[in-house]
Design a protein. Structure first.
Length: 336
């Protein structure tokens, strides 16, 4: 069924197209009786305004984009929820794009978002956040805020967690509970969070001569690759097998936990496990998972507030790099 046009609304209400436009955009300029006549015509005809076309003609959109590494990861679901909560009263519409940890796909999303003239972009970039495409967006007038990633330059805002500290917390806990053979299961080191979490873990291990930290780098931060890492660990002879595993995120940790259970290895008796992010599923696992907690919704909410502040303040905006501290949540998977 075809949508009625603004011309048809004007004809039915007996007014000009300009009057209909005023009712839609500046109703205070229209006399109450005329305004009501136009609204009645809109209701009768089922007219729906083409807001996107109007915004594009004005060179400005109300859309804010959130580009995440993995839309299947509940961590990013919570980040987006926080961003939406912050933008709820601003009239902005939030859309989510999934880069799937793929820089080519990320670039394609950014190109399309610029074509749509989005109001601003919240992004967890695949690389370290210093890529030229993001710089180009900023030069072209599209504000960019990094989420879960610190900015290495001062010309943009960022909201992050001290992931080096998070890695230190996890491995310190495992050492304090008696473990000396520890494995770090991560994803591509091109992902800054993975590199930082490993750096923190390695720094603590290096402080102890009796502690050995081995590394398993997986292609992606998913449960499936966690199971694959679990296979590699379980296949090692008992004397060489790590007695503890620190994973770069909870999805990897849950995969390792599944494989340990399938192989009949007790958690934490044979292998202790610590994850990262503290997603909802961590506490609900068959063996409740210890995890380094991040303030997920707070990350999204703070990033959105910084973005909207930049949109409103323009050249007067002062860029901020906000860093939160993580917290270790100890559960059964690594208990003494």
């Amino acid at each position: 069924m075809a949508t009625s046009s603004i011309k048809e609304v004007a004809r039915r209400a007996g007014v000009s197209i300009g009057t209909v436009s005023n009712v839609l955009n500046r109703p205070d300029l229209v006399a109450p009786a005329t305004r009501q006549r136009v609204l009645d015509a809109i209701t009768t005809l089922g007219y729906v305004r083409n807001d996107s076309a109007r915004q594009l003609r004005a060179g400005q959109s109300r859309t804010v984009a959130v580009v995440v590494l993995d839309v299947a990861n509940p961590f990013f679901t919570d980040v987006v929820r926080g961003a939406e909560a912050a933008l709820d009263n601003s009239g902005a519409m939030v859309i989510v794009c999934n880069s799937d940890e793929n820089p080519v796909r990320e670039r394609r999303h950014l190109d399309q978002l610029e074509e749509q003239r989005v109001r601003g972009i919240l992004i967890t970039p695949v690389d370290n956040g210093s890529n030229e495409r993001l710089e180009q967006l900023i030069r072209n007038g599209i504000p960019v805020v990094l989420v879960d990633r610190g900015s290495r330059t001062r010309n943009r805002c960022s909201v992050a967690v001290d992931d080096v500290l998070g890695g230190r917390l996890a491995v310190t806990h495992l050492i304090e509970t008696g473990h000396r053979l520890i494995a770090f299961v991560g994803g591509p080191t091109s992902i800054a969070q993975v590199a930082d979490r490993h750096a923190g873990a390695a720094a603590v291990a290096a402080e102890r001569r009796d502690v050995k930290l081995s590394v398993l780098e997986m292609p992606a931060l998913t449960t499936a690759f966690g199971r694959m890492a679990g296979e590699k660990i379980a296949d090692l002879p008992a004397g060489r097998r790590p007695t503890a595993v620190f994973c770069a995120n909870d999805l990897l940790a849950l995969g390792v936990l599944q494989e340990m259970t399938r192989r009949g290895l007790a958690v934490p008796g044979d292998v202790a496990i610590v994850g990262y992010d503290d997603i909802e599923y961590a506490a609900a696992a068959a063996v409740p998972l210890s995890s380094v907690a991040q303030p997920r919704e707070l990350l999204g909410r703070t990033a959105a507030e910084l973005l909207y502040g930049e949109i409103n303040d323009g050249e007067n905006h002062r860029h901020r790099q906000v860093v939160f501290e993580p917290e270790l949540v100890v559960r059964d998977s690594s208990a003494r």
